[in-house]
Design a protein around this ligand. Sequence first.
Ligand SMILES: Cc1cc2nc3c(=O)[nH]c(=O)nc-3n(C[C@H](O)[C@H](O)[C@H](O)COP(=O)(O)OP(=O)(O)OC[C@H]3O[C@@H](n4cnc5c(N)ncnc54)[C@H](O)[C@@H]3O)c2cc1C
Length: 301
Amino acid sequence: MVHKHLMWAVADVMGDAVTGGAAAWDEVYWLKAGALITSERALYAAAELGSADVWGAWTVVRKIRETDDVVTFVVQRTDGRRAKPSLSGQYVSLKALMPGGVHQPRQYSLSRADDGRYRQFTVKRVHGQATPDGEVSNLLHSGVGVGDEVLLSAPFGDVVLQSTVRPVVFASAGIGVAPVAGMLSHLAEAGSLRHITVLHADNSAGSYALRDQVKADLDRLSRASSLTWFLEPPADAQPGSGFTGFMDLDTVELPADAEYYLCGPLPFMRAVRSSLIGRGVPARDIQCEVFGPDLWLADVQ
Ligand SMILES: Cc1cc2nc3c(=O)[nH]c(=O)nc-3n(C[C@H](O)[C@H](O)[C@H](O)COP(=O)(O)OP(=O)(O)OC[C@H]3O[C@@H](n4cnc5c(N)ncnc54)[C@H](O)[C@@H]3O)c2cc1C
């Protein structure tokens, strides 16, 4: 199907500018497709999954309103079987059935450590500015509730928390808190003794999703602390309780030899990453979870 429509679009958009002839484009297409199909099979093999085990039906058991634009879904396998545990920081793909009958897949980070029974992910509703509203996030917000079924993949993703004893620093902005909350929850469940710093930037305290969960997990950890940056500070803000404006690490003391996990909009991650590199943090110790194609890293690595 991709071949048919892509080849049609190439001919339609490029017209006479297409060189090399249809056979050459066809060959390139199948070389690339073959490589991607092989990579996908390798991912399933590494996760010890047959292709029939990748997707499963899950039932929504709780829908939690976090903020005006963010909801958290807690789901349970519909067939009652236990699920393969996720690694800390992974995401699932969700195949949403759209009104036209097409399935649209999107990725959502697991925002809490799963226990083999329940799984949790958190979705921000995407408002288009001059563009249409996000299709799947809006459908999940307004069309999926408790008792409904969703089709989820097994967990995947390379940005996972390393099991070391080194200090760990999380820096997130907006919905980037989702994988960070997931990793923090794993650390809290394990009773980690690691030195943990949670840095988060948001528009306001009211738009900070998963805030209560993050706070509860910080309270369970003996060596954890957090700092926040809000564009609009709370009216009752206590001196020293947080910063106003964009996240700025220049004035923040960071632990030596830490691992860093970043998630948020691209300009945020670029700025934080540059600041850390400027302070001498080795690039290998900074991992970024990008909520979309990660081509931007090709420019900076
Ligand atoms: C690894 C990973 C983890 C993720 N984790 C999370 C998470 O935990 N929580 C979360 O909320 N999201 C997460 N995401 C993002 C999520 O997968 C979706 O991309 C997001 O929900 C938007 O999907 P959508 O269908 O609502 O938007 P889409 O319909 O895909 O639209 C995306 C953007 O394209 C614009 N657009 C649509 N149509 C047009 C058009 N014709 N012309 C121009 N622009 C257009 C829209 O305005 C919007 O800005 C993650 C992504 C990845 C890759």
